[in-house]
Design a protein around this ligand. Structure first.
Ligand code: GTP
Ligand code: MG
Length: 448
């Protein structure tokens, strides 16, 4: 049930030039890199997740790099981060012995590590060290396939390197006892490095502009095609590509690996109802996505911004599915996805939930018009989703202006939850709300 490919495939890594963090999984190495994963659980920075789950995710991230052998992992509890070594001296010494015994070559620290801490720890342990941002950048660099993807990752890596230069420099300055320190070999070198990075950034931006303009043209011609765009979004490994493949009959790489998909893929699909839509598979989200990457991938996620319907795919069997959903919602908001874009939740991997919990999820989803419990793997629950996606575009929508009193918070909340609000203003009598909705939604509203 698929139409020819809509995506703009481009040769990989053509014209690729440096600027990335050193590749730790080079093709030249025959032996896999022996890596150890540490998750610093800093008491003053507790998140809403369990440190054990965070460690598990960090291990999965590490495993997403090619040629990597994870020889150990550990949560390190810390009252607070130590400025020089991050960890306490006793812990650093203990780890040194373990790393030597295990012949560890790479230590992955799941959190921010300052350039100074990195340098000190690398020297102390005799290893190469990557922090969370560095690790995610490495994975992205490994995955990028389209020209735009490659350029964007390069840009993100450069801006990451640049902040590290700046921070190293401020630190040096402080060590030398103060402000007003001008000249000095260290600073000149860093200034030069910084200038070199800035020049490279400008060059990449220019190349990127060109690529984006071409894509704009593609998109403009696509817009003329009267097919609605349906975008799959969700936490990494939630099953977006698996669902995409199931719906389109395509063979996009779907793998038990974080960030299996990087570049967006689009395809025309004819739904069982006969309705044609364009389905878009996108990069997965993750908690604490490096800010550099959020900025860089905004463009790649433009399809999501323009989508007529967003399917938020969730791994409903994951112990932290709620936290993941909250992260996705946050990132969507920071990307500027408007509340007016209708959103369905897809509770995926239903096959992994057994017994009464399974039944409960199905019943819960059935009570809502915008939630679908299914398994992209077995196909259970899929027909209902396809039907709803189709119906979302078949139903005629009308525009109305409503005025709600200030006390009518319940109805206002309902309108927002339905995603039908297109504009809103405060007046003397209350809220003037413009909505665009189906006859069915209007009826349900009147029944509230
Ligand atoms: N049991 C089960 N496994 C599933 C289901 N859907 C996907 N998976 C598995 O989950 C893993 C991740 O699936 P993908 O489709 O690659 O996930 P994704 O959301 O595209 O991940 P990224 O591209 O990394 O963001 C794969 O091993 C899939 O086989 C499902 O419904 N049930
Ligand atoms: Mg994928």
């Amino acid at each position: 049930m698929s139409d020819p490919e809509e995506g703009e495939e481009e040769p990989r890594r053509e014209g690729f030039e440096g600027g990335q963090p050193e590749a730790s999984g080079g093709a030249t190495r025959s032996q896999p890199m022996r890596a150890f994963v540490l998750h610093p659980d800093i008491r003053s920075e507790r998140s809403r997740r369990l440190p054990e789950h965070r460690l598990a995710e960090a291990v999965a991230l590490a495993a997403a790099l090619p040629d990597m052998e994870i020889v150990g992992h550990e949560v390190v509890r810390l009252p607070r981060a130590q400025p020089g070594l991050l960890f306490g001296t006793g812990k650093v010494a203990e780890m040194k012995t373990r790393f030597e015994a295990l012949e560890v070559g790479l230590v992955l620290v799941d959190g921010p590590v300052s350039p100074v801490q990195q340098r000190n720890l690398e020297k102390e342990w005799g290893v190469k060290l990557l922090d969370r941002t560095g690790l995610i950048l490495e994975i992205f660099a490994d995955r990028a396939r389209t020209r735009e993807g490659v350029l964007q990752v390069e840009l993100a890596a450069l801006s990451y390197q640049r902040t590290r230069l700046v921070r190293a420099w401020t630190h040096l300055e402080r060590q030398r006892g103060g402000f007003g320190f001008v000249g000095g070999p260290g600073e000149t070198q860093i200034e030069a490095d910084r200038r070199a990075i800035d020049e490279q950034v400008i060059r990449i931006r220019r190349q990127l502009d060109k690529v984006v303009r071409t894509r704009e043209l593609h998109r403009a011609s696509r817009r003329k095609v009267p097919f609605p765009i349906v975008a799959l979004v969700g936490y990494t490994n939630a099953g977006k590509s698996t669902l995409f493949n199931r719906m389109t009959g395509a063979e996009v790489l779907a793998k038990d690996m974080l960030f299996a998909t990087l570049d967006p893929t689009m395809r025309g699909v004819t739904l069982p109802s006969g309705r044609k839509v364009i389905l878009s598979d996108t990069v997965g989200f993750i908690s604490d996505l490096p800010t550099q990457l959020v900025a860089a991938f905004r463009a790649t996620l433009e399809e999501v911004l323009e989508a007529d319907l967003i399917l938020h795919v969730r791994d409903i069997a994951h112990p932290e599915t709620a936290e993941q959903a909250a992260d996705v919602a946050e990132i969507l908001q920071s990307l500027g996805v408007k509340g007016a874009t209708p959103q369905y939740e897809v509770w995926n991997k239903l096959d992994l939930v057994e017994g009464s919990a399974h039944e409960q999820l199905v019943a819960q989803a059935q009570r809502s018009e915008t939630v679908f419990a299914l398994s992209a793997l077995t196909g259970e629950g899929l027909p209902e989703l396809l039907e709803a996606v189709s119906a979302a575009f078949d139903e005629e929508k009308t525009d109305r202006t409503l005025t709600l009193g200030f006390a009518d918070g319940r109805r206002r909340a309902w309108l927002h939850a339905e995603g039908v609000v297109t504009a809103e203003a405060e007046t003397d009598e209350g809220h003037r709300i413009e909505v665009r909705w189906t006859a069915r939604q209007e009826k349900r509203y009147r029944d509230l």
